[in-house]
Design a protein around this ligand. Structure first.
Ligand SMILES: [Zn+2]
Ligand SMILES: [Zn+2]
Length: 192
């Protein structure tokens, strides 16, 4: 969804509600995707002197995420408050907007006389994706030894079974190069 400056100028009110539903994609190569359209509800404020636009609103959507413990895919509903400012010129703020931008307002710019609401929506969703998503609060994760998904079944691994030094695996994560990846591959193949 885009709104042009022309449309904004034509409106009688300087503030209006905008509601719509849109299918969006968050980009390639991401560990998360949108699995629902995004329901957008915005209040849009237009400043006739600067042409700047302030948006305050709410996004409702469902993400498909990968659990950081058990590596299974799951879906989660979100309801997110957002606000942003679309500036017409790079250096022009009025006083009220300076007050607002101090309060953590995302800044965007007009492009070809239009404000691109999709861009604002997509970036807002991306920065709010949880860093360590969990399929459920008490996800038991994978057994670090055999890779069993402990939410589904149990295994008989014991601490005594850990014979290999964890530093071997660690050095892989620290960029130490091609260290024995079999443990990791075991976990991956269990999943398949
Ligand atoms: Zn999980
Ligand atoms: Zn195990």
């Amino acid at each position: 969804m885009k709104i042009s400056l022309k449309e904004l100028k034509k409106r009688e009110e300087d503030s209006f509600l905008l509601e719509y539903r849109e299918n969006l994609t968050l980009g390639e190569d991401k560990e998360y995707t949108l699995s629902s359209p995004v329901f957008v509800k915005f209040r849009i404020f237009f400043d006739r002197s600067s042409y700047n636009v302030v948006i305050i609103g709410k996004l409702t959507y469902t993400l498909k995420l990968i659990c950081s413990r058990c590596l299974e895919e799951f879906e989660k509903n979100f309801s997110l408050w957002v606000r942003g400012i679309f500036k017409f010129k790079r250096d022009y703020y009025n006083e009220k907007e300076i007050e607002l931008t101090k309060r953590d307002l995302d800044i965007f710019y007009y492009k070809n006389g239009e404000i691109d609401l999709d861009k604002f929506v997509i970036e807002s969703i991306i920065v709010n994706v949880p860093m360590k998503p969990l399929c459920k609060e008490d996800c038991k994760g994978l057994c670090p030894i055999c890779g069993t998904n402990l939410n589904i079944e149990t295994c008989n691994c014991k601490i005594e079974d850990i014979k290999e030094s964890p530093f071997k695996v660690l050095s892989y994560y620290l960029g130490g190069g091609k260290v024995d990846n079999t443990k990791k591959e075991n976990i991956q193949s269990k999943k398949r």
